[in-house]
Design a binder for this molecule. Structure first.
Ligand SMILES: [Zn+2]
Length: 294
């Protein structure tokens, strides 16, 4: 159990998009947009993503009506409601840190979805589209995160994923997101720094998450356990470039990194978590992406 059973999550900015079909046509002239989208993926090798695969429909898709996600108890019982509830917590935190930042929402889809960045299928994994300022997530990704990639499957491993994507929305507001377009790959690249900052932002939220409240001032989350943090770390490790490259290509090639290593992703998450201060997440100006300890 993560959310307080009686917390009100009905204000969560989450909607349902897309619906079923895969194999959406991608219109002409979307090259740059598709690239921008790929760069912002949570993890994974773009070559693998664009090569397709993963076209099968997820099993046991629940397709909960998000209107029915009303309480923390719902969030503890159902992954879609958990995402909606996590949005309440993320918005509460980031509204305090950056009152001027515009709102975002998460769009939960299955199969495929039309976005301001073009068409996407579930194969691309969770992503943030800077052009429409929305987070897109097919929760069937969590099966892959746990099964194929090796995260522990705890609720907080899923919440970390959404918090990371929310971090990209924050970066869209601060301007940091630009760095990933200007310097797209390599171990110290802008792209990697942007991704590690999003991990650090996820950690900063986690460090404050138990203080986030619903509209009535009720705490949303139970105090985080050590296991919750280990769940988040297991997800951060699972989507490290070195871990994924080892699986996909059988060797690690840092010159093609876009997200940072497992150790770096865990390190920056922990920096944010332990400081509880998003201001410590200045990865873009760090001398090295390995400087997560100070
Ligand atoms: Zn990302």
């Amino acid at each position: 159990m993560t959310f307080r059973e009686n917390a009100n999550i009905s204000t969560g900015r989450a909607s349902r998009g897309g619906g079923g079909g895969t194999g959406l046509a991608v219109g002409g002239g979307l090259g740059a947009l598709v690239l921008a989208l790929v760069v912002l993926l949570l993890g994974g090798d773009p070559g693998q993503v664009l090569g397709g695969g993963q076209s099968s429909s997820p099993v046991a898709q629940e397709n909960t009506d998000l209107q029915e996600c009303r309480s923390g108890a719902d969030a503890n019982a159902d992954v879609d409601c958990r995402m909606k509830a996590t949005m309440v917590s993320l918005e509460d935190y980031w509204t305090q840190v950056l009152p001027d930042a515009p709102a975002t929402e998460s769009v939960l889809f299955s199969g495929g979805v039309e976005t301001g960045c073009g068409s996407a299928t579930s194969a691309v994994g969770p992503f943030y589209c800077p052009l429409d300022s929305r987070i897109y997530l097919d929760t069937s990704f969590f099966n892959q995160l746990e099964g194929q990639l090796g995260a522990d499957g705890g609720a907080f491993s899923q919440m970390y994923v959404l918090a990371h994507e929310y971090g990209h929305h924050v970066q869209n507001h601060t301007g940091a997101l630009q760095a990933s377009r200007q310097d797209t790959q390599g171990p110290e690249s802008g792209a990697v720094r942007v991704e590690l900052q999003a991990d650090c932002f996820a950690g900063a939220w986690a460090g404050n998450a138990t203080a986030t409240t619903d509209d009535a001032g009720t705490a949303l989350l139970e105090p985080l356990s050590r296991q919750d943090i280990e769940s988040a770390l297991s997800a951060a490790a699972a989507v490290g470039d070195d871990s994924i490259q080892e699986q996909v290509q059988g060797e690690v090639t840092p010159h093609t990194w876009t997200h940072g290593s497992s150790e770096q992703r865990m390190g920056w998450f922990l920096r944010g978590y332990e400081s509880g201060d998003a201001g410590t997440c200045d990865v873009l100006n760090a001398a090295s992406v390995d400087d997560f300890n100070g």
